[in-house]
Design a protein around this ligand. Structure first.
Ligand code: CTP
Ligand code: CA
Length: 230
């Protein structure tokens, strides 16, 4: 059998990864979230650890969310913090920013939060109802604003004009890289994006041509993405 030498090209590098969904409470027993599983973030973290990097991992938790499994030989190089809301995620991520060289934002952060969550359980009645929501914090935006030389990789799942919308986000958010992937329209299924083990799309770069990566496992994709950004 061939002896596989572990690659350590990321030794000494420190990266902050945001992952998973955020949540927003409605009342004592209910909340809003999305279909993120945390798999893309876990794959990016595991590949970084395998290649020698240190990882600061801020994970939005919800039922069934996936945590990175530190590969053999990476003991002590993963710091994992669990959060719930976007505001909580921003606070923890900002606290890690000064320690890292780069940021990978895989988290599916809620763009809005419930303005005034109810401390008691809301009761049913026969009336139609609505929820007041206000914008939540832009975690990546806050990190970008506070940055001091770090590089940034964002992720964008789009139902329409994937590359066009991706390019706008790369430029608008002043990122170095943005991986844009198609995601299923409501009620349809897809091999890319949320809640599936595979992904594929286009890595857009501030400097350099876009690179299209076909649908593959999120582990393989993480390897390819690290090869391109390393
Ligand atoms: N992001 C974030 N905080 C937010 C929203 C997005 O950190 N409140 C990050 C995501 O982790 C991702 C990138 O920003 O890396 C792009 O997220 P996306 O939701 O596609 O961007 P938005 O600007 O929120 O645009 P959209 O209106 O398409 O949701
Ligand atoms: Ca969004």
């Amino acid at each position: 059998a061939a002896l596989v030498q572990p690659s350590t090209d990321l030794a000494g590098r420190k990266v902050l990864i945001t992952a998973g969904p955020t949540t927003s409470p409605i009342d004592a027993v209910r909340y809003i979230t999305n279909h993120s599983t945390g798999r893309m973030g876990a794959a990016m973290a595991e590949e970084a650890l395998r290649r020698g990097a240190e990882v600061r991992y801020v994970l939005g938790t919800d039922k069934g969310v996936v945590r990175p499994v530190p590969p053999r030989g990476s003991a002590g190089r993963l710091t994992l913090v669990e959060v719930t809301t976007a505001e909580d995620m921003a606070e923890k991520a900002l606290s890690f920013l000064p320690e890292v060289d780069g940021v990978i934002a895989t988290a599916a952060v809620l763009d809005y939060r419930v303005a005034v969550p109810s401390a008691n359980k809301l009761k049913r009645n026969a009336e139609a109802t609505s929820l007041d929501m206000v914008p939540s914090v832009d975690v990546l935006g806050a990190l970008r604003q506070a940055a001091n030389g770090q590089w940034f990789l964002g992720f964008a799942a789009e139902t329409d004009d994937v590359e066009g919308n991706g390019r706008k986000k790369l430029d608008g958010k002043k990122l170095d890289f943005l991986f844009a992937n198609p995601v299923a329209r409501a009620g349809e299924t897809s091999t890319t994006g949320f809640s599936v083990p595979t992904n594929g799309g286009t890595l857009l770069r501030a400097k350099g041509e876009p690179v299209t990566l076909p649908v593959m496992s999120k582990q393989d994709l993480a390897k390819q993405l690290w090869n391109l950004i390393a």
